[in-house]
Design a binder for this molecule. Structure first.
Ligand code: E4P
Length: 217
């Protein structure tokens, strides 16, 4: 499973990229607002920090303007994936960009039928928002399971990008279900490294090693 970082904070991305575990980045207008940065500048900077796809979201709601925005965003760097919303105009734009060979991430997916439409429109990624479904008492991971089944039934190549991830259990569930990608807030990625028994075990090994009086180097 690939890990994308879900942030527009270039510093946080650079820090995580040093782990060698970052496969891409997703942004959205809310994350850009939070960064306080100019959108086109920050997307250009992020695209240079990672080799994998960097999702940059369109903001127009009509097909013609969305397509112009998408083409402009795609021109920033070769690794830009244009994000479009799961609307009729968004999927028309997805099809047009995909036909041009541009990577497209279809966002704001909340049902398996929407995911089916996105795959048929040639999306590179479908972004089902599991956390937002959980927030309203629906089963976010159940949606991932349904999309996995449908895509496998028809051999769709659209990658399932689990979005709106809130905690490590979402990551575990996504991996169990065979999701292709999970996009994770930086804090969730850092939490994946942690286990109290790792810390405890390491402390004991280091104490015992010190007692031997030896050194490796
Ligand atoms: C990523 O592509 C999505 O925009 C993001 O994961 C949404 O997360 P949120 O529901 O925490 O805003």
């Amino acid at each position: 499973m690939k890990f994308f970082v879900d942030t527009a904070d270039a510093q946080a991305i650079a820090q995580l990229a040093e782990t060698g575990l970052v496969d891409g980045v997703t942004t959205n207008p809310s994350l850009v607002r939070k960064s306080g940065r100019d959108f086109l500048d920050v997307v250009g900077e992020i695209a240079g920090l990672v080799d994998g796809p960097v999702s940059a979201e369109t903001v127009a709601t009509d097909h013609e303007t969305m397509l112009k925005e998408g083409r402009k965003l795609a021109g920033i760097a070769d690794n830009i994936a244009v994000k479009v919303p799961l609307t009729v105009d968004g999927l028309r734009t997805c099809k047009a960009l995909a036909d041009d060979g541009v990577m497209v991430n279809v966002t704001l997916c909340f049902s398996a039928n929407q995911a089916l439409l996105a795959a048929k429109a040639g999306a590179t990624f479908i972004s089902p928002f599991v956390g937002r479904l959980d927030d309203i008492g629906q089963d976010g991971m159940g949606l991932i399971e349904d999309i996995r089944t449908i895509y496998d039934n028809y051999l769709f190549e659209t990658q399932i990008l689990v979005a709106s991830v809130r905690h490590p259990v979402h990551v575990l569930d996504a991996a169990r279900l065979g999701a292709d990608v999970a996009t994770l807030p930086p804090a969730v990625i850092w939490k994946l490294f942690d286990h109290p028994l790792t810390d405890k075990g390491l402390a004991a090994f280091l104490d015992d090693w010190a007692a031997t009086g030896q050194s490796i180097l």
